[in-house]
Design a protein around this ligand. Structure first.
Ligand SMILES: Nc1ncnc2c1ncn2[C@@H]1O[C@H](COP(=O)(O)OP(=O)(O)OP(=O)(O)O)[C@@H](O)[C@H]1O
Ligand SMILES: [Mg+2]
Length: 256
C-alpha cells in the first residue's frame, strides 16, 4: 500500500518570464530514498528550494505528512520534520565537530545557546552518539572548518541526522568530492537513513550514487518530469537515454 510522506502537485516556479519548474508532480514514499536527476539547469535545486520553503511556488501544492506546506516559511516546514542538510561553511566552521552537531540540535529546538545549561550538555551527549554512528567520533574535538572536504560533508549529514528529520533533503551531497569520498558519503546516507527510517529526497549528478542507493528516481528536464520509476526502469527509459546520450555515447551512468 502506498504511504506518501511528501507530495508535490502541479508545482510551478517562474523567474520573470522563465519557467524553471513546470507543472511538476512528485510522490515520495515514506522510508524510501528518492533521487531527482536531470541535466544542469533542469530545475532540481529550484524544486528543492520550493519544498524547503526558501522559494515560494508560483502555483501548485506541496503536502508534507498530510499538511499543505507550499509557500510556508522554512522554519515552519522544518518543524514539520523536513530538513535540508546544513551548509557547515556558513554556520559553524570555527566550532568543534561535537559543538557543531550540538548547535544544530539546539537551534532546531529554538533554544538559545547557553554553554552552562543542562540542555546544552544533553545536546553534546546526543551529538557524541551521532558522531559515533557516522564514524566521526575520533574527530569530535577537531575544529569543524579544518576537517577534510569529505569529513565536512559527513559532518553536515550528521548534523541533519542528529535532529531526527522525517524527510531529509540533500541537494548534491557529493558535489566536489573524490570518488572515494563519494562512495563513503553515499553509503553513510543510505545506511543511516534506512536504519533510522528517514525518508531521503536527493538530487545527485553521480549516477553510481543514484543507482546504487535509490529506491525511486524522478528525471527532470527543462523543469518538467520526463520519467520516473525504479532505477532500472529509468536507466532504460528512451527519453532519458536520448537526453543523456547528448553528453555521453554509451555511459549513461556518468551524466545527469
Ligand atoms: N533565482 C533565480 N533567478 C532566475 N533564474 C533562476 C534562479 N534560480 C534558478 N534559475 C534558473 O532556473 C533554472 C533551473 O535552475 P536550478 O538551479 O534549479 O537547476 P539544477 O537542476 O539544480 O541545475 P544544476 O544541476 O546545475 O544544479 C536554470 O535555468 C537557472 O538559471
Ligand atoms: Mg542544482
Amino acid at each position: 500500500m502506498s504511504d506518501t510522506i511528501l507530495s508535490v502537485q502541479g508545482l510551478v516556479r517562474d523567474f520573470g518570464g522563465f519557467r524553471a519548474v513546470n507543472n511538476v508532480d512528485l510522490a515520495v514514499e515514506r522510508g524510501t530514498i528518492h533521487a531527482v536527476i536531470g541535466p544542469n539547469g533542469a530545475g532540481k535545486s529550484t524544486l528543492f528550494k520550493l519544498i524547503t520553503g526558501s522559494l515560494r511556488p508560483t502555483k501548485g501544492r506541496i503536502v508534507l505528512d498530510g499538511h499543505s506546506v507550499g509557500g510556508r516559511r522554512p522554519h515552519v516546514i522544518a518543524t514539520r520534520g523536513l530538513v535540508q542538510v546544513f551548509q557547515l561553511s556558513s554556520i559553524c566552521a570555527r566550532l568543534t565537530v561535537a559543538e557543531s552537531v550540538a548547535l544544530g540540535i539546539i537551534a532546531h529546538r529554538h533554544r538559545t545557546l547557553d554553554v552552562f545549561s543542562s540542555y546544552h550538555r544533553r545536546a553534546l551527549v546526543q551529538a557524541t552518539v551521532v558522531l559515533e554512528q557516522v564514524g566521526l567520533a575520533s574527530q569530535a574535538t577537531t575544529i569543524a572548518g579544518t576537517l577534510s572536504h569529505g569529513d565536512q560533508r559527513a559532518l553536515e549529514i550528521a548534523m541533519a541526522l542528529a535532529i531526527s528529520p522525517r524527510v531529509l533533503l540533500l541537494d548534491e551531497p557529493t558535489a566536489g568530492m573524490s570518488p572515494a569520498e563519494t562512495a563513503v558519503i553515499a553509503q553513510l546516507v543510505a545506511s543511516e537513513a534506512r536504519s533510522r527510517g528517514i525518508t531521503v529526497l536527493l538530487s545527485e549528478h553521480d549516477m553510481d550514487v543514484v543507482f546504487g542507493i535509490s529506491d525511486h528516481v524522478t528525471v527532470l528536464h527543462q523543469g518538467q518530469v520526463i520519467a520516473e520509476g525504479t532505477p532500472e526502469a529509468v536507466r532504460a527509459h528512451p527519453e532519458v537515454m536520448s537526453i543523456y546520450l547528448g553528453r555521453s555515447a554509451d555511459r549513461t551512468e556518468e551524466i545527469a
